[in-house]
Ligand binder design. Structure first.
Ligand SMILES: C[S@@+](CC[C@H](N)C(=O)[O-])C[C@H]1O[C@@H](n2cnc3c(N)ncnc32)[C@H](O)[C@@H]1O
Length: 257
C-alpha cells in the first residue's frame, strides 16, 4: 500500500467515523441509534474494514469493541485512526476466523457492508460460528445492498449507471477496465477484484444460510428509494417485485432460534 493510498483510506474511514451523514452510512447510523442501546455491551465488529464504524460505536456508547478484518491493510489504517482519536475501548485485529475461530461471546455482532463480499459457502460457516459466539439474547446485525439494488455493483462512484450489474458482462468488464484503479485493500486491491468478489447476495440467500446456522430473523428493514419521498412512504418496506429493485439496503437482525 502506498503512502497516498494509506492517507486516502484514513480520510475515508475518518469521514465514516465522524460524519453522521456519510453517504452510505447515514441510514445505518440513524437506525442503529433508534434500535439499540450499546451501553455496557460487548461488541464484535466483524469485517470492520478501516474502522470508521468501530470507532463510531466505541465513542458514542460506553461499550467494549473488538473489531476484526481479514485484510491487513484495512487493519493498519484502522489502528492509525484509533491512535489519532485515542480510543482505548476498541481493539483492532487482523484475523481469519476460519483459521483462528472466535472463543469469546458478544452481546452484539455487526456485519456492516460485509456479507456481500464473502463467498456464500464461507459466509455460511461464519454465520454458524457467530451464532455460537452470541451471549444469551444477543443479536447479529447485518446490513448490505441486495443484488437487485441500483448500487449493488459497488461501481457507482466511478460508473454512474444504476443496475450496471445487469448489463451485458462484456460491456461491464470493458467499463471496469477503463476505470480500474488500486484500492486500499490487500485482498481486494483494485476495482476489478472488488467487483468479482461480490457474491450477488439476496435476502433469500442470506435467510437460508442464517436458518441453517440456527438463526432466526428478529427484525428486517428494506430501505428503499421510495422512503425518501417521506410522509406515508417514510417507513414503508416495499420489497415485492418490481419494487425490490428500488431497495438500496437491507437491515437484518438475527438471533439464535
Ligand atoms: C466494504 S468493507 C466494510 C467495512 C466496514 N464494516 C465498514 O462498514 O466500513 C468489507 C470488509 O469485509 C472484510 N471481509 C471480507 N471477508 C472477510 C472475512 N472472511 N473475514 C473478515 N473480514 C472480511 C473486507 O476485508 C472488508 O474490509
Amino acid at each position: 500500500m502506498t503512502e497516498a493510498q494509506f492517507l486516502e483510506g484514513l480520510s475515508y474511514a475518518e469521514d465514516n467515523f465522524k460524519n453522521e451523514n456519510a453517504p452510505h452510512l447515514h441510514v445505518d447510523k440513524k437506525l442503529i441509534r433508534e434500535k439499540f442501546d450499546l451501553t455496557g455491551k460487548k461488541i464484535l465488529d466483524f469485517g470492520c474494514g478501516m474502522g470508521g464504524m468501530s470507532l463510531w460505536y466505541a465513542t458514542n456508547w460506553d461499550c467494549e469493541v473488538y473489531a476484526l478484518d481479514i485484510d491487513g491493510h484495512h487493519i493498519d489504517v484502522a489502528k492509525s485512526l484509533q491512535k489519532k482519536h485515542n480510543a482505548s475501548n476498541v481493539t483492532f485485529e487482523k484475523r481469519d476466523v476460519l483459521e483462528t475461530p472466535l472463543t469469546e461471546q458478544y452481546d452484539m455482532v455487526f456485519l456492516n457492508d460485509v456479507a456481500e463480499h464473502i463467498p456464500l459457502e464461507i459466509l455460511g460457516k461464519i454465520l454458524s460460528q457467530l451464532a455460537f459466539s452470541l451471549k444469551k439474547g444477543g443479536s447479529i446485525f447485518v446490513t448490505y445492498p441486495p443484488w437487485r439494488s441500483p448500487y449493488a455493483s459497488h461501481l457507482n462512484h466511478v460508473i454512474k449507471t444504476p443496475w450496471i450489474q445487469f448489463f451485458p458482462q462484456s460491456y461491464v468488464e470493458g467499463l471496469i477496465e477503463k476505470h480500474n484503479h488500486p484500492l486500499v485493500g490487500d485482498l481486494e486491491s483494485d476495482l476489478k477484484e472488488a467487483y468479482h468478489g461480490l457474491n450477488k447476495l439476496t435476502h433469500e440467500k442470506i435467510y437460508k444460510l442464517a436458518s441453517e446456522a440456527g438463526l432466526k430473523v428478529a427484525y428486517r428493514k428494506s430501505h428503499s428509494i421510495i422512503n425518501r419521498a417521506g410522509g406515508p412512504f417514510k417507513n414503508i418496506n416495499l420489497r415485492v417485485w418490481p419494487f425490490d429493485f428500488l431497495v438500496t439496503k437491507e437491515f437484518l437482525q438475527l438471533q439464535n432460534k
